[in-house]
Design a protein. Sequence first.
Length: 373
Amino acid sequence: MSDTAEEVTRAELRHGLRIATLLVAMAVVFGLGLAQLLRYMDRYETPLTQWIAFAALGAVLAGEATLLGLGRSWGRLRGPAIAIVLGASALSYVTLPDGRTSTGVDWIFGAANWVGIVVLLDRPLRTAAAFLVAHELTALLHLLLLDDPSRADLARFSTGSVTVVGFPLCVAVVAAVMRGLSAAAATSRREIERVRLAEAVAAESHGRRQQRLAELSATTIPLLEGLADGSLRPEDPVVQRRCAIEAARMRRLFAEADDVADPLLHELRHCIDVADRKGVVVELDTRGQWPEPPVAVRRDLTEAVLIVLATTVSRARVTVMGEAGLVSVSVVADCAETGMPSPAAPGVQVEALTNDDMVWMEARWQPTSRSPR
């Protein structure tokens, strides 16, 4: 919310500067420029050309006012608008009386510069400076080629150029600084967001690691400690079964962090992989479609599979069936009788049947709208 407010504030400042520059340009053109034009009208050989130049500047200012009202910039029209301003300046100088460059008669000397800055206010500073140089060169060429200037004329031109170039250039500098500050603020904001995101990801990853460690500490760590201190012997079938179960649980735990289309099947395949590595032939069959169960539910649904597969002798079959209101994971294998796991997630039920050396176990889940994700 604060970033949006800052961006709105910067946009309002840029819009305000644009309005202020337009008002200054209108005051210069329609106030001082028009007054000079009317005052020295009898000095011009062809007054019509001066009025055409004046009308051209007025049309550009009217265009800027229209664009401001529409909330738009010059876009592709910027080039033609600058061409009109420079063309009006050149047209005015063509019919300017000799020896009158940068005097009161030369009304466009202090007017066209502001009109050009109005058009180029949102452009880079070098563009505005290039326009002011072009405007100065137009007046300077007229002075050098047509006026046969004296030292006083050159001094007058140089003095007048200080304000003609300096004041509009200051406005262009302010606009450039504001754009630079906006760009720097946007870059800083993106960097802050990147750092915050990285910190959040790191914190979440650390939390997941802590959670996994807590989940493993109840069963896996005691098993590893027993193997390390010699209290548990690797050749013991019970220890081997516990190792197979913990290996499947660890693979399932790591698989939970994967971004896949069907997490339940993905985690089941990781559990089955442990049995595959022992040479057990495992068939996986899926029927129907089912909603994505939460993590806690998936653990209960796969727990029966990994417990049975841990003691399977040679072959097993895992079946996943589902519909909108039911998900079932069952396993049938040639193994000794195993303990039936107790589900922790609500809505999960486990059943088991034993017939000689064959065990069938099924975990069912009926999803509800209140099941946690």
